[in-house]
Each structure stands twice: as structure tokens, then as C-alpha cells.
Design a protein around this ligand. Structure first.
Ligand code: GLN
Ligand code: ZN
Length: 755
């Protein structure tokens, strides 16, 4: 028999990023709200059609958003801070975008990463006096749209416990968001009743919080919530867990009186089999069998075998097949990847292709068998393809890794040698690496890529930009310079495009937030360095200044976090391969006279696993790779690292273990408070807390920067302190960059004089 099939959600940005272009036009005032709405309707229609045409039994509705689905959920329940002065029951698109992006008067809501993904959501702010109320206009309208198209609709809504767990309290509230659950539940009930009236019977409620370490109050809240919501007559709740294992919470999940549960079976067979065993004969088990977090062809044989195991315990009618999570974390379709090697292309499955995989797995064995055979052939061929396993890389790793001494000599000893070599003033000033990526630079890159200008002309253009950048840093009086990263469009793709084992897609866009998308590279084979990747640019920059110029690399963990990773070998092996390639680069820079080398680990905090007991392994791997990359240099060579995310408590031990001579971090918005943990433990190495918020064009005044430096000095002795912006400057314009740089240096000099 055929199993029921569905997905947890579909990418909304559009195969050609139609939503991005429409949003940006709307924000520039080039189209009006009704035109934007029209684009939204067209995208939804296309995406539902794709699901229905593939043969899914349900289409998902409610996964579309003009900015972020968490923000939509907050608006739907009236969780909108009063300071915005808007009426959430009747929110215009402009008001909605004010919450998301801010305007002259209002800062936007906080943006943070969604669980362990690289998608960012807007953090709902819950005030004590916030009264929940239901604004269903959008969701109900979208359900009607889909019903009118003749689809079998399964609305998707974010569950109350995950929603409240992700809320932030406004101002001085003393309660916890979860204590508001009892007030919120009746509103959810009302929503379900409204949905039921439209003739819809299955509703997917997402509670990804199930895959984290649940606190006792969260467990209680889950019980209470679903006892309540399952009482709505005529509605079947499919409770969806995803992003990992439910394991110790499986009992709780199974006892909830819902009509069905969804398990992320791509991560954990065991959860699915145990769930089937204890499911009983009434509930539906939705198996998230096709991985929604990665881009590789599903192994149909493995998935089929799992389904067969599940069939031992439950009736076929109870089994639904699905993606492990929403497909919004993978690009839309492989169809547009005409530049990829055909073979590599045949190993890929983006959102549209995953629909077919799910439908295939639901077919009776006689139709499934030929598909499995074809699939096994491709997978077997993959193993034999040159580059997937590169024996030279493997041999080198086996030989060299055990012999790499991960420890440099003690920092106290290195420090003197570095100071003797570099002769830096107290409170040295520097920047994080990138300088404005202007329209001209993007234009020249596009022209070069499309063959309109020659490689030599492009090179010359970039050299002129770099020269100008060095000149501006010298003029401002910065102590340690950077070349500006004009040759890089992205800090990961730049390295991916030069390393063996990586491939870049041409349209593999994934929404990061709002209209922002990233195009993660694919790691398909063993990784090695083919040639030097950054040397020419640092050398060029160093040749035109007497000040030291920092070499600039992206670290292993950040490359891994922002790429799609092969799944046929352990992550640690890929990590070691990249680390060794970067080590070669570091040593080559050093051999060519580069005295300071920065290895960025912007995503180290972001990649921290959701479950506590998985964190140690991840951090151990990350630290080891950083040390493989950096430990080979002489004592005189100064290693820097940079991290953006400002929650360091959970990774502090690892920061110590990295033993970078200098770390720069984002600290302006939290007014240096995060230096607390560094100060309490008497952090031994040097640190540059950001004193210039680079997220806005605002120029910080000398007085402001001085006050931040003084705050920093309260935590960190002057001998250990560096002065720098929060992050790279690539999204800034030159006007504010030059002014801010000058203010930073003035502030620095004035404080030096006062010390
Ligand atoms: N060196 C990079 C830059 O300056 C670091 C960016 C980041 O931390 N995200 O752009
Ligand atoms: Zn940063």
C-alpha cells in the first residue's frame, strides 16, 4: 500500500529568489504592498503545485512568510511590544517590516539563530501586560487560497511551548515566559477551531524544543499544552519534533494525547523504532526519513529498510513518510545547476528533488525496487569517483596528524618574542578584515565572472582597491593593517572555490533571514589545498606599507558550519582535512614574512549542538582543528582569531584551549559585559573587544569609544587589550568607515596618554 506523504515545510524564497527581489523592491519603494502580496501569492501557488505534482498527499500551508515565521507567529498571537505603537490585529506590511528591520525611530526586534541552524529568527518580546489575542487573517487566508487550488491542506503552526521558550521578556519582568502558557492556550484553541471550520482536519504543530535538553517546567508545559489542544473537536494534531533525537523525552512524547507524532528519523533510527513499538494502534507516526538539513541523494535502500522495521510494529495506515524537518534549510532545486559536473549533480537532492524521494519511498515495492536499484548504482558509482577518496590525502593525514604537536610554547614566552618583533604600542588598533564591498567591486566581480573584463584587468582593479584601503588605514593611524578582502565575495566560498573536494553551486540559495540568502558550498570529496589561497594579496598589501599586515583565513569550524557536509565519512575527518590544508597556508604565509595571521571562527558558537552531551565532542573537534591549523608557527608569529556571537559562557574553556595570541569579539552592544567571564578567570592572552558597532552606518564618537575602552579596562589590563570594531566592515560604506576609523584611533591615543 502507499503510505501518506508530506513535508514539514518548503523553501519560500523561490527558485530564482523571487521573494528576495520583491521584498527589496518594496523596501526601496519601487513596488507597493499589493504587488508584494501578489508575488507572495504566486510563490505559494507555485510551491503548493510542486508538492501536489510530486504526488504528496498534503501540501503544507503556513510555512510562507514575508520575513520570518517566528515573527508571524508572534504577530498572530498579539505578542508585539507596545513601543512600536502598532495594532497587531491590523498590521500593515510596513509596520510588520518595522518590527523586522527597524526604522528611524525604532530598533528592530532582536535577531538570533534558530536552534542549531544558520537561519535567523526574530525574538518575540513578551511584556508582562501583553494580552494575547488572535489575529488569524493571514494564515486563514492562505489556507483558503490552497483549498481553492484544490489541495489537501495541512497547516503548519509553531507550538506554544517552543514559542514561549524562545521568547524574551520585555524590560524588567520577573516572570518566565512559560508561566504565561495558561493564557496562551485558549488562543491556540481558538486558532485550531477557526482552522477546523474551514474543513481542515490535520494540523502540524512544531515543537522542535523536544530535541533539546528539556527543563522540568518545559516538560510540564508540553503535557499541559497538548492535553488542552487535543480537545479541539475535528482537529487531528500532528506533533512535529525535529533537529535531532528525542531520546529521553520519547516517553513524554508518546503519552501526549495527540493524533500523530513526527520523528526526525534521518538523525536517529532508534527513536523511530522505539516510537513505533510503543505507539499503540490509534496514532500516526510520521517518519522524517529524508534529511531536510543536507543536500545529498537519499539512500533509498537504507530508508526502505527502516520503514520495513517500523512495519513490524504498526499498521501501514499509521505510517506517514516525510522530510526530517522543513526543507527551508536546503536550496530549492538542482534543476538550475547547469554549471555543476553532471556526476556531482546526480548525487544531489535539493527541496524539489526530496519531494520525489519521499513519494518514491511510499510506493509499493514493485515500483520502489527499480528506483532503489538505480539509486544504489549512483551511490556505488560515487564511491569510485576520483576525488571522493583521495588516498594521498588520507595517507598524509594518517602520517602527519599524530606527529603534530598541538601545543605552542607558553604564551608568556611567546608574548615577549612577538612584542620584540612587532613593536606595537599599548592598546594596538586593528580591524577585523573586510572593508566596504562597494557597488563598484560587486560590478567588477560580476563583469569578470561573465567574461566582460579580463583576469588581468580585474586583478588590477582589486590591487587599486587594496592600495587605497591600505592608504586609508595608514591615514587613520591604525597599527595593524589588513588588505581588505576585496577579492572575496564570501569568507567561506572564497576558500571553498580554491580547495579540492569542494564545489560551489550557482543558484543553491538558502534563506538566512528576511531577504538575505547564503549559498553554502558543497563538500563532496577529500579536501586538500591545490595552491596558495591568500598569499598574493597579503604580500601585495605588505609591499606597500611599513606597518604589519595581518594574513586572513577562515577557520575549519566556520567553513564546516557554512557548507553542506558530505555524510559518508565522519565530520571529524573532514574537519582534519580542512585543518591540515589551512595549516599549509599558515606556514606558507609565515615563510613569506607574514608576522600576524588571523584565523576567523565566526561560527564556532553557532554550531554548538543542542544537546549538552554532544557539545564536548564538537568543541574538542573544533579546538583540535584550530590547533592543527595554527600550532606550527614560530613563537614570533602572532595568531589572532575572531568570533562574532556574543554568548561565550558555554565555549569559554574552548577559547582558552585555542590559545590564540589575540582574540577579537563583538562587545559594543553589550557594553563590554561579556568581558566578565574573561576577567573573572584572568584570561591570560590578549583580547580585542569591539568598540564600534558595525551593524549600522552610525559613526561612533571619540567620547563614546573612549568610554567603551575605559569599560574594557575595568575588566582587562591595558597590556592585554586591543582596540578594534565588532566585526568586518564589508557591509559599510567608505564615508562612515573612514570617519569611524579616525575616531577609533583618536580615542585610542587619548586613552594611551591618560594611562
Ligand atoms: N574577516 C572577516 C571579515 O572581516 C570576518 C567576518 C565575520 O566574522 N563574520 O569580514
Ligand atoms: Zn564577526
Amino acid at each position: 500500500m502507499n503510505y501518506q506523504t508530506h513535508i514539514l515545510g518548503y523553501p519560500r524564497i523561490g527558485a530564482q529568489r523571487e521573494l528576495k527581489w520583491a521584498l527589496e523592491k518594496f523596501w526601496r519603494g519601487e513596488i507597493d504592498a499589493s504587488q508584494l502580496e501578489q508575488q507572495g501569492r504566486e510563490l505559494r501557488k507555485t510551491h503548493w503545485r510542486e508538492q501536489a505534482d510530486a504526488g504528496l498527499d498534503f501540501v503544507s500551508v503556513g510555512d510562507f512568510s514575508f520575513y520570518d515565521q517566528v515573527l508571524d507567529t508572534a504577530c498572530q498571537f498579539g505578542i508585539v511590544p507596545a513601543r512600536y505603537g502598532v495594532n497587531s490585529a491590523n498590521l500593515s506590511l510596513t509596520e510588520y517590516f518595522t518590527l523586522a528591520r527597524g526604522n528611524q525611530q525604532h530598533a528592530p526586534l532582536a535577531l538570533t539563530k534558530w536552534l542549531d541552524t544558520n537561519y535567523h529568527y526574530l525574538v518575540p518580546e513578551l511584556a508582562d501586560d501583553c494580552e494575547f489575542k488572535l489575529n488569524t487573517n493571514r494564515l486563514l487566508a492562505e489556507i483558503k487560497e490552497a483549498l481553492n487550488e484544490g489541495h489537501c491542506v495541512k497547516p503548519v503552526i509553531l507550538g506554544p511551548v517552543t514559542l514561549l521558550s524562545l521568547c524574551q521578556l520585555e524590560g524588567k519582568s520577573t516572570t518566565t515566559p512559560l508561566s504565561r502558557l495558561n493564557e496562551l492556550l485558549p488562543i491556540y484553541v481558538e486558532l485550531l477551531e477557526n482552522i477546523q471550520r474551514l474543513g481542515v482536519s490535520w494540523v502540524q504543530i512544531d515543537e522542535p524544543i523536544f530535541c533539546t535538553d528539556l527543563a522540568p517546567d518545559q516538560q510540564l508545559a508540553l503535557s499541559r499544552a497538548y492535553e488542552n489542544l487535543s480537545g479541539v473537536e475535528g482537529i487531528n494534531i500532528l506533533l512535529a519534533t525535529y533537529f535531532g533525537e528525542v531520546r529521553n523525552h520519547l516517553n513524554l512524547l508518546l503519552t501526549l494525547p495527540v493524533a500523530g507524532i513526527h520523528i526526525d528519523a534521518s538523525q536517529c533510527d532508534e527513536d523511530a523504532i522505539r516510537a513505533a513499538k510503543y505507539l499503540g494502534s490509534q496514532k500516526v507516526l510520521s517518519l522524517g526519513i529524508v534529511d531536510g538539513r543536507n543536500v545529498w541523494l537519499n539512500d533509498l535502500q537504507v530508508s526502505h529498510q527502516l520503514v520495513e522495521k517500523i512495519r513490524h510494529h504498526v499498521d501501514d495506515s499509521q505510517i506517514w513518510l516525510a522530510s526530517s524537518c522543513s526543507l527551508q534549510y536546503v536550496p530549492h532545486t538542482v534543476a538550475n545547476e547547469s554549471n555543476l559536473e553532471p556526476q556531482l549533480r546526480s548525487w544531489l537532492s535539493f527541496a524539489r528533488q526530496k519531494l520525489d524521494e519521499i513519494v518514491q519511498l511510499a510506493q509499493p515495492l514493485e515500483s520502489l525496487l527499480p528506483a532503489i536499484e538505480a539509486n544504489q548504482l549512483v551511490l556505488a558509482e560515487k564511491l569510485l569517483t576520483a576525488g571522493v577518496i583521495d588516498s594521498a590525502v588520507r595517507e598524509r593525514l594518517a602520517e602527519e596528524l599524530p606527529n603534530i604537536d598541538r601545543n605552542r610554547t607558553s604564551y608568556q614566552q611567546r608574548k615577549h618574542k612577538q612584542q620584540a618583533a612587532l613593536q606595537l604600542p599599548l592598546l594596538p588598533s586593528t580591524t577585523i578584515g573586510s572593508f566596504p564591498q562597494t557597488k563598484e567591486i560587486r560590478k567588477a566581480r560580476a563583469q569578470y565572472l561573465s567574461g566582460q573584463i579580463s583576469a588581468a584587468d580585474y586583478q588590477q582593479f582589486l590591487q587599486a582597491e587594496t592600495r587605497e584601503c591600505i592608504h586609508k588605514q595608514e591615514e587613520a593611524g591604525i597599527d595593524v593593517l589588513v588588505h581588505g578582502e576585496f577579492e572575496r565575495n564570501d569568507m567561506v566560498e572564497y576558500f571553498a572555490s580554491q580547495l579540492a573536494g569542494f564545489a560551489s553551486t550557482s543558484a543553491g540559495w538558502v534563506q538566512s533571514y528576511g531577504s538575505r540568502c547564503t549559498k553554502p558550498p558543497l563538500i563532496w570529496g577529500d579536501v586538500s589545498r591545490l595552491q596558495s589561497m591568500t598569499l598574493d594579496w597579503v604580500k601585495f598589501a605588505q609591499s606597500i606599507t611599513n606597518k604589519p599586515v595581518k594574513g586572513m583565513l577562515t577557520g575549519t569550524t566556520t567553513i564546516l558550519q557554512w557548507s553542506f557536509l558530505r555524510n559518508d565519512i565522519p565530520r571529524r575527518h573532514v574537519s582534519q582535512q580542512i585543518a591540515l590544508a589551512l595549516r599549509d597556508e599558515v606556514l606558507e604565509l609565515e615563510a613569506n614574512g607574514v608576522q600576524i595571521i588571523q584565523v576567523d571562527e565566526a561560527a564556532l558558537r553557532e554550531g554548538l549542538p543542542l544537546r549538552n552531551d554532544k557539545q564536548a565532542d564538537y568543541l574538542d573537534e573544533s579546538v583540535d582543528s584550530f590547533l592543527i591549523t595554527t600550532s606550527g608557527v614560530r613563537e614570533e608569529t602572532q595568531i589572532h582569531t575572531h568570533m562574532c556571537y556574543s554568548q561565550f559562557n558555554a565555549i569559554y574553556e574552548s577559547i582558552i584551549a585555542l590559545d590564540a595570541d589575540v582574540i577579537s569579539i563583538e562587545a559594543t552592544r553589550n557594553q563590554m559585559k561579556l568581558l566578565d567571564v574573561f576577567s573573572q578567570s584572568a584570561y591570560p592572552n590578549q583580547i580585542g573587544p569591539g568598540v564600534w558597532d558595525i551593524h549600522s552606518p552610525r559613526v561612533p564618537s571619540v567620547a563614546e569609544i573612549k568610554s567603551l575602552i575605559k569599560k574594557a579596562l575595568y575588566y582587562i589590563p591595558a597590556e592585554q587589550l586591543w582596540i578594534n570594531p565588532d566585526c568586518g566592515l564589508k557591509t559599510r560604506g567608505w564615508l562612515e568607515t573612514e570617519a569611524s576609523m579616525k575616531n577609533l584611533v583618536s580615542a585610542c591615543r587619548e586613552i594611551r596618554a591618560e594611562l
